[in-house]
Design a protein around this ligand. Structure first.
Ligand SMILES: CC(=O)N[C@H]1[C@@H](OP(=O)(O)OP(=O)(O)OC[C@H]2O[C@@H](n3ccc(=O)[nH]c3=O)[C@H](O)[C@@H]2O)O[C@H](CO)[C@@H](O)[C@@H]1O[C@H](C)C(=O)N[C@@H](C)C(=O)N[C@H](CCC(=O)O)C(=O)O
Ligand SMILES: Nc1ncnc2c1ncn2[C@@H]1O[C@H](COP(=O)(O)OP(=O)(O)OP(=O)(O)O)[C@@H](O)[C@H]1O
Length: 494
């Protein structure tokens, strides 16, 4: 591709070199630069791409995009921009010929619920044979094949490549999670969204966003990028603020909820431990909905998905069938073992709100105790500490016994994280034990449980590894539970 074509609509200052050269591709990591490629130097959280320019040139880069004042000796083209991450998004979209203009793009943002909503929407779209790809925490799904992502919302270059791959196999709809990081760090800049969905906002990721206000403003940016519909949870405090903000935007506002007045809403909700039934009310009529994942959380998440399907012109009968056809989502209230009334559930609850809602979903149906196994992943500083305290208090309040363990401690001391959670549990007089090794913690919980107890293993959900120090260790909770139960049975028999 000609460099002039690649940099169309990019604002830059040319520091040196020729613009009428051919470029072979783009890289933001010096180790991945191809011969005659463009290297975009980005300052990061740990390193700075500007320190790797020489390596990029040695790898064959013929063009460098920088945001810092630097003198580069080699005989190459150098462009200076004000924000290299944004510049990367611009040229990545150009490189793949603006793929989002050719897809029906649905972006979902909010603290919790994004992944589940992508799966609900896909299930409805599948039911009416709409070819659909997904991008999110569990991975990227193209042509029903899943590949893992490094990030929930990948870097712009990777993202644009994914959109392009979707188009190559004739995908028409792209349903994606849009994290606040991706909005703040311009990963989704120059994406055109048809629909935006807002779920809820509760404390999380405050290590990046200084406070809730900044976190909210980051999420709200998505709704300035939508063309057709803004779908917003009317029962969430921040959702209501967003509704006021977007009322006069061009995209049509569609609200959903249970408690407050909304366009798409649920009534007559019947909860059971295996499913939920409710009456769906829309401007086009009402219908009964069965959701196979229990709890109020999935009433909200299914309503968001239904609002999206409704805006896409899908008939209520098809919506009903599409929701019912989704049997489970990996690591989202996933029953990994059940033996009459005894259950072991794996759930990705990793925020105070998610943990509270998951525990309160179980509560009415637990004939015995709720035994919770959980930890809190490494988040730096005071903000990280606040999360440990908040989740410790929720554990004490809503479970009968907590086995406090490691999540992804990364380079932090797991004992310290656990100690801070335990202090909060003690303040609420919660029954607990601390076991640093997560597998041992699960074993302990299974060992002390009785017939009517429900064990909730929270925090890691679909993940298949644990990050301890710099090491990523295989850790598949479903397999671990199965193995522990099998071994304990064998011991009983012998
Ligand atoms: C904190 C954060 O967001 N980090 C993201 C960031 O990395 P970084 O800026 O820290 O990278 P860095 O290591 O400092 O390197 C800076 C630059 O030097 C370059 N480099 C580095 C070394 C080298 O030899 N050569 C070279 O060119 C790097 O490629 C990079 O361009 O940019 C990378 C590329 O886009 C991201 O993959 C990375 O996400 C990391 C893995 C991460 O953990 N992010 C989390 C916090 C995150 O983004 N989460 C959200 C939300 C999840 C949720 O919903 O809860 C997500 O969307 O995933
Ligand atoms: N609507 C909701 N309200 C509160 N908690 C929720 C809601 N939906 C899901 N959760 C909780 O959050 C966990 C993660 O859900 P999900 O993966 O759908 O959210 P997410 O927004 O994609 O999160 P992340 O991007 O961090 O993966 C669930 O396992 C559940 O415990």
């Amino acid at each position: 591709m000609l460099l002039t074509t690649l940099i169309k609509d990019l604002e830059f200052v040319k520091l040196k070199g020729d613009l009428s050269i051919d470029v072979s591709g783009i890289a933001y990591d010096s180790r991945e630069v191809a011969n005659n490629g463009v290297f975009v130097a980005m300052p990061g959280f740990k390193m700075d791409g500007h320190d790797f320019i020489q390596q990029a040139i040695d790898m064959g880069a013929n063009t460098i995009i920088i945001e810092k004042d630097l003198y580069i000796e080699d005989n190459i083209t150098v462009l200076k921009v004000t924000d290299s991450r944004k510049a990367l998004a611009r040229i990545a979209s150009n490189f793949y010929n603006k793929p989002t203009e050719k897809l029906n793009m649905v972006g979902i943002t909010g603290t919790n619920g994004k992944t589940s909503i992508t799966y609900f929407i896909k299930s409805i779209f599948d039911h009416v044979n709409k070819s659909t790809g997904l991008i999110g925490t569990i991975g990227t799904m193209i042509d029903n094949k899943i590949m893992q992502n490094k990030n929930t919302t990948p870097e712009s270059l990777n993202l644009q490549a994914i959109f392009n791959n979707m188009l190559k196999v004739n995908t028409e709809n792209c349903i994606m999670e849009v994290s606040s990081h991706s909005l703040s760090l311009n990963r989704v800049a120059y994406c055109e969204f048809n629909t935006g969905i807002f779920t809820n906002l509760t404390p999380d990721h405050l290590e990046l966003h200084k406070n809730m206000e900044e976190y909210f403003n980051a999420k709200a940016e998505l709704f300035e990028m939508t063309r057709d519909y803004n779908i917003i949870n009317a029962d969430d405090e921040y959702g209501r603020r967003l509704i006021e903000r977007v009322k006069n935007y061009d995209a049509k506002l569609v609200t959903y909820g249970i408690e407050n007045e909304a366009d798409i809403y649920a009534t007559d909700i019947f909860y059971s431990v295996e499913f939920t039934k409710y009456t769906l009310n829309t401007p086009k009529g009402s219908i009964e909905i069965t959701v196979n994942i229990p709890g109020i959380i999935y009433v909200y998440n299914s309503l968001a998905a239904i609002a999206c399907a409704y805006c896409n012109g899908i008939d209520l009968n098809d919506i009903q069938k599409g929701i019912k056809e989704l049997k489970s989502i990996k690591g989202r209230f996933e029953v990994v073992y059940t033996d009459q009334d005894y259950k072991i559930i794996v759930d990705f609850a990793h925020t105070e709100d998610g943990l509270e809602k998951t525990l309160t979903t179980i509560k009415p149906f637990a004939k015995g105790r709720i035994i919770l196994v959980f930890g809190v992943y490494a988040a730096p500083g005071e903000k990280g500490r606040g999360k440990r305290r908040a989740m410790g208090k929720v554990a004490a309040k809503y479970s009968d016994f907590a086995v406090v363990t490691s999540d992804n401690p990364k380079e932090q001391d797991p004992n310290l994280i656990i100690q801070e959670i335990v202090e909060a549990i003690k303040e609420e007089n919660g029954k607990h034990i601390a076991i640093v090794d997560r597998k041992e913690a699960i074993k302990y919980a299974i060992g002390i449980s009785n017939k009517d107890d429900i064990i909730l293993i929270a925090g890691k959900g679909h993940e298949t590894s644990q990050v301890i120090g710099k090491e990523e260790i295989p850790f598949n909770e479903t397999e671990i539970v199965t193995e522990i139960i099998k071994t304990s049975r064998e011991m009983k028999i012998s």
